[in-house]
Design a protein around this ligand. Sequence first.
Ligand SMILES: C[S@@+](CC[C@H](N)C(=O)[O-])C[C@H]1O[C@@H](n2cnc3c(N)ncnc32)[C@H](O)[C@@H]1O
Length: 461
Amino acid sequence: MSSIENEIAAARRVLHEAMELQSAGNLAAAAPRYRMVIEQGYRVTEVRPILAGILAQLDAVEEAMEQWNALLAVEPDHAVAHHEMALILNRLGQTDEAIVSMEHACRTDPENPVAANNLAVMLSNAGRKREALREFQRALDLQPENVHVRHQLRRLGAEQVPFWHVPMMNDVRRNDAFEAAIKAAIATVGSDAQVLDIGTGSGLLSMMAARAGAESVVACEIVPIIADMAQKIVADNGYADQITIFAQPSTELQVGVELPAKADILVSEILSSDLLTEAVLDTFEDAHARLLKPDAIIIPRAASAIGCLVESDVLAGYSFVDQVSGFNVSRFGAFAAQKLPIHGTMTDWRRLSKDVELVRVDLTQRRHESDLHILSIPVLEDGMATGIVQWMHVDLAEGVTFDNHPDGYSDGGWLQVLHSFPQPIQVRAGQVLDLAVGHDRATLVVQPLEVVAGSAAIRAA
Ligand SMILES: C[S@@+](CC[C@H](N)C(=O)[O-])C[C@H]1O[C@@H](n2cnc3c(N)ncnc32)[C@H](O)[C@@H]1O
């Protein structure tokens, strides 16, 4: 035998020993033998991945990385090396590098559902949800029967899209009101009207505008995965030529860039159950200042928060706390929810006053100041007032309104909201309860004046 043949025979023997030790579970003893095989230059590209894998299992991650890097130096597109490196980097908390490596693995082995799934998980953990969703979808396309991937895909989508989108879309009364206002606006301005839809969600209002004849609708949506979905829905419905969707907040739109010209019609349904929390005033002001013609039609043109004084044992249980198991924990009441979404028709509550307007915002106005005023509410019934149950009234166009009055509305996109008092207030029929109400541009303010130990600013009527 030549000396080369001897060396090969020796390396083969060591490799055989290493494999036996590995299959017996003795990784610590197998690793040095694999190392020797590599040093002898025998079947290096096959042995390195085995050794790197063992080293990772033995927590010798640095050496494992060295082995993978050495392999990549000769085979730059080795998918397994990129994949395994990514897993190690991820374990070490080097998320960005891990993602780059896993992306490389996916590029070099695009049919591998495990790599797609692992990349999706890393992207999701890094907060890159839109890309994560795309990768989960790719993993599912590669492996449609994989229940785990299907679950992750649904979980991630639902996690980023507030639950109220679907009941809101199913709210026929709301949809019809918007469509009536949109049709009237297009009929007034004409089909060459430039329409702007701020917060397009599924693309619904944009499609209504296009169906009403609008030739150019620009829509924007701040949540990228919702914008992606709207794009598909608009295309499914045959309106892709008329509607252009941008995955960005309205405040980043520019006339002459995304919006061909200042808009003739603004349609925007970004009202939250408590009216203002979706930055409504900032958004409308910005649109007036930059994106709309001075005489643009605004849909909706105004919105009000309406409410009434209520007594409710159920809601008191959410709003106040006092003696618990013989302990005085009343201080914790300071942290009780100041406002609580409720189902008006499902929650047990009793009205103690007539309906009163708390706040009204005129959305055709170019500027809004915060507002605080005293509202005197005549009490109609004796009771222990828990707070104010509030809902909305939306004025969309001449003769077109919509509200979610709790007596007749449930399971739409909007809930009613309890604005709880800091403490329950004993009230009697015939008295007047003075509240400070208004808004700070972003939230509604509803505060009883000077509440002191169960009594507030209550006067005889
Ligand atoms: C209540 S949903 C309405 C969706 C759709 N317009 C409809 O009526 O069915 C409001 C949407 O507006 C988006 N949004 C809120 N403010 C926005 C803004 N300033 N720019 C872009 N999108 C916004 C939210 O992410 C949400 O998807």
